[in-house]
Design a protein around this ligand. Structure first.
Ligand SMILES: C[S@@+](CC[C@H](N)C(=O)[O-])C[C@H]1O[C@@H](n2cnc3c(N)ncnc32)[C@H](O)[C@@H]1O
Length: 439
């Protein structure tokens, strides 16, 4: 095993380890991530070789890159003493490669070019024989330094810690995927569109893979499907709201819709289709296997939390008996079924049951669930005996938060727990709590 330094993103620190664990599972990479510290974007891990390192970070969104570790220390002096004990064995394969050096500072003050060159020159003793190439080097050697921000919000002059290493691979984040998929850059988006960074992270936690079938049963404007398409999944979705799928009323000019987003990113061959359907009255055939289910179910705040049906029995009976042109009205193509409101809890129980029936062993269900911040969290989380809840990852907002729940379908020997909506009753009415300002 060799030592590698992972440089993580300074964003969503509580999601970073879970993302890397999922990528390790997906790529069959053996790695111990227990040294991860949410307060630092640097982490040292042991890996088999460069290939494992590449696989681990290639599609990561909350990681920047990975470096073969050549040394570390509290100061530049300490770093040099460590590098000097290791470099002779490490440098051999790269003696004649073209190369360049770079300095990456985390939270450091802007430094002059002269200071950077001084730091780089201090590594002269490595004595590489290859040519320097700033444009297209075969190897990039990196000095990474982290600084503390003082009480006056200025970074300290001297770094807290330094590392030196050979760059092995940069992640999807460093290749620009988060910016590329930013909401404002998509042709089609709406009020419920999910941000690009966490959509992509959700797909990594869901283990979306090339050629596998991904379903978002509450697809809206399709953020999760778009992100899944980027990772190579074949995507399908459904939504009760016809206008969300169509992107607007037919008479509106220049309507943009979900498929346009896929065409914009050149992933149209990853877009299967979308279906207008009430998830709780599911039309998908029972034996249809779905590899991955990802969604952001309706919270009932910006969008309706509705199902087909009515509480008005009298009008329902009238509708049942209505005949148009000799045909029962409710069997006609143009029939629009009535809708009634429903609770999120009801919907989530259906979602877990559906996932348990459709996912293959090892398949994942990932969904976002809103909650008030002052609630007793464990009793809020729905559970199904056939699905193991492996991650609860919280994103905080003002007064409320949403959790990304990650479940894995287990085989029949697994005996999980069941937490149904009756057990969660009165604790979980997010809509009511939201409009009462969480009092
Ligand atoms: C939070 S939004 C999803 C947003 C989506 N992730 C996006 O990026 O646009 C929830 C969606 O669920 C849909 N919905 C509400 N009730 C539904 C039901 N019973 N069956 C299917 N979809 C439903 C809403 O129309 C809404 O588009």
């Amino acid at each position: 095993m060799k030592e590698y330094l992972i440089y993580l993103a300074n964003a969503h620190p509580n999601f970073r380890k879970a993302e890397l664990e999922s990528l390790a599972t997906l790529n069959n990479v053996r790695v111990d991530l227990s040294s991860h510290d949410e307060s630092s974007p640097f982490m040292i891990v042991q890996l088999e070789d460069d290939d494992a390192a590449r696989k681990l970070v290639d599609r990561a969104v909350l990681t920047r890159g990975i470096y073969e570790l050549w040394g570390k220390g509290n100061t530049l002096e300490e770093l040099h003493s460590d590098v000097k004990t290791r470099y002779k064995a490490l440098r051999e394969p790269y003696m004649n490669s073209t190369f360049k050096f770079q300095v990456l500072d985390f939270q450091g003050a802007r430094k002059s070019k002269r200071r950077h060159l001084q730091i780089i020159d201090s590594f002269m003793y490595l004595q590489f024989k290859g040519k320097v190439s700033l444009e297209n080097p075969q190897q990039i050697f990196t000095i990474l330094q982290t600084y503390t921000i003082d009480k006056d919000l200025c970074p300290r002059k001297e770094p807290d810690y330094c590392w030196f290493g050979r760059q092995v691979h940069l992640s999807a984040r460093s290749r620009g995927v988060v910016d590329e998929y930013e909401i404002a850059k998509r042709p089609y988006y709406g009020t419920t569109t999910f941000e690009s960074e966490l959509s992509l992270v959700t797909c990594n936690l869901a283990l979306v893979q090339k050629g596998q079938l991904v379903l978002d049963p509450f697809v809206g404007t399709g953020s999760f499907l778009l992100a899944s398409g980027y990772f190579g999944g074949y995507t399908y979705g459904s939504d009760i709201d016809f206008l969300a799928l169509k992107g607007g009323k037919p008479e509106q000019k220049c309507i943009k819709r979900l498929k346009d987003n896929f065409e914009h990113y050149g992933t149209e061959n990853k877009f299967g289709d979308v279906l207008c359907m009430d998830f709780t009255n599911n039309a998908l055939r029972k034996n249809l296997k779905i590899d991955t289910i990802i969604c952001d179910p309706p919270y009932g705040i910006r969008e309706g939390l509705r199902v087909c049906g009515t509480n008005d029995i009298a009008s329902a009976e009238l509708t049942m008996n209505k005949i148009i042109c000799g045909e029962k009205a409710f069997l006609r193509k143009d029939y629009v079924p009535p809708k009634k409101t429903c609770s999120l809890d009801f919907m989530l129980d259906d979602l877990l049951k559906f996932a348990n029936e459709r996912l293959p062993i090892g398949g994942r269900l990932c969904f976002w669930m809103p909650a008030a911040d002052n609630e007793d969290i464990p009793t809020l989380i729905p559970q199904h005996e056939g699905l193991e809840l492996i991650h609860i990852l919280v994103q905080h907002f003002n007064m409320w938060s949403r959790r990304l729940l990650v479940y894995v379908k287990r085989d029949s020997s697994y005996q999980g727990i069941t937490v149904t909506r009756d057990q969660r009753k009165h604790k979980n009415n997010f809509r009511e709590q939201y409009f009462n300002r969480f009092k």
